[in-house]
Design a protein around this ligand. Structure first.
Ligand code: GRG
Length: 309
């Protein structure tokens, strides 16, 4: 659904800056928090539910659920249509963080300002908590989504499954590139398209599909999400250098100590920031035809480059 508009495209892109993203998030983030809390109640065996809840409810920006909800609303769907998938996206994201932090992978002690899952529950339970969240998220989408045609739910499941497969591919190439700061731009882009962008893309696309996206809507949302996905990673690399561990809620400066290839290393900080800003402009341009309904997604795109953690 493309809206006709009296504002010009550049006026629309500019007005994203005056959209009250704070108020938009203040309404939706607490809803996501309470649905997440209800999604996974304490039950037997207590250890594994405690471990999954520990990481799932540890905070974080909740960017993926918000993107899903915003894309659904853009196309006229409701928050309720998107909420089960929004929660599942956070379960997927959380499971990837738990596994990423394990000693066999990035070996991190702190995440979201708290000791990592394996530090509290041990490696075995942390692995199982990740596996549990992965499996449960799919079930949750199927059993809780309401007022959405079954073929759309099936397509959402396909997209989510593909994205989680992509995360594995990105992580493998990342692990294989460890200690080699001279990897090509092509390999670096492969890693981030799969590790980071894939789930952000799935968040936007699945929200769109739940909201009734046409083929044209899907193409526009894909362009938007691919651009914000890469911009998000570039800013992540910059923040690893410029922000403190307290601000990030995880160990800062790890890319330098682990000799990881990053965008700032390849381009420098200033050029990296310029590239991220350009990607965000392209993302916003892709959805400008939706009129004021696109303002939340545009403001989220701006937030991705302005964020401090
Ligand atoms: C998918 C089966 C399966 C296994 C996981 C470990 C792994 C394979 C993939 C790693 C994926 C990963 C951790 C990518 C990094 C993505 C990223 C930039 C995370 C930070 O996201 P934020 O800033 O975090 O949105 P918060 O805490 O705010 O949610």
């Amino acid at each position: 659904m493309v809206m006709s508009s009296e504002k010009t495209s550049s006026q629309r892109v500019a007005s994203a800056a005056s959209f009250d993203l704070k108020a938009y998030l203040a309404e939706r983030q607490p809803m996501v928090e309470s649905f997440l809390d209800l999604s996974l109640p304490h039950q037997y065996p207590e250890t594994i539910y405690g471990s999954m809840r520990y990481s799932l409810l540890a905070g974080g920006k909740r960017l993926r659920p918000i993107l899903c909800i915003a894309a659904c609303e853009l196309l006229g769907g409701s928050i309720a249509n998107a909420m089960p998938t929004a929660c599942a996206l956070e379960m997927f994201h959380t499971m990837s963080l738990i596994h990423d932090d394990l000693p066999a992978m990035d070996n991190d002690d702190v995440r979201r300002g708290k000791p990592t899952n394996h530090k509290v529950y041990g490696d075995a339970i942390a692995i199982l908590a990740g596996d549990g969240l992965l499996a449960y998220a799919f079930e949750y989408v199927v059993s809780k989504t309401q007022d959405v045609a079954i073929d759309r739910i099936l397509e959402v499941i396909r997209i989510l499954g593909r994205a989680m497969g992509d995360l594995v591919l990105g992580q493998v190439v990342d692990l294989e590139s460890e200690g080699n700061p001279d990897i090509s731009m092509e390999t670096l882009t492969y890693i981030h398209n799969h590790k980071t962008s894939a789930l952000l893309e799935a968040s936007v696309l699945s929200g769109g599909i739940l909201g009734g996206a046409s083929e044209g809507d899907r193409a526009r949302l894909l362009t938007y999400s691919k651009n914000i996905g890469l911009a998000f990673q570039i800013i992540d690399d910059i923040l690893d250098i410029t922000a403190t561990s307290e601000e990030l809620g995880k160990s800062a400066g790890k890319d330098l100590t682990s000799e990881k290839a990053t965008y700032p290393k390849l381009w420098g900080i200033e050029e990296s920031r310029r590239q991220a800003n350009e990607l965000v402009s392209e993302a916003k341009a892709a959805i400008v035809s939706y009129g004021d309904r696109a303002l939340p997604l545009m403001a989220i795109a701006d937030y991705i480059t302005a964020r401090k953690n």
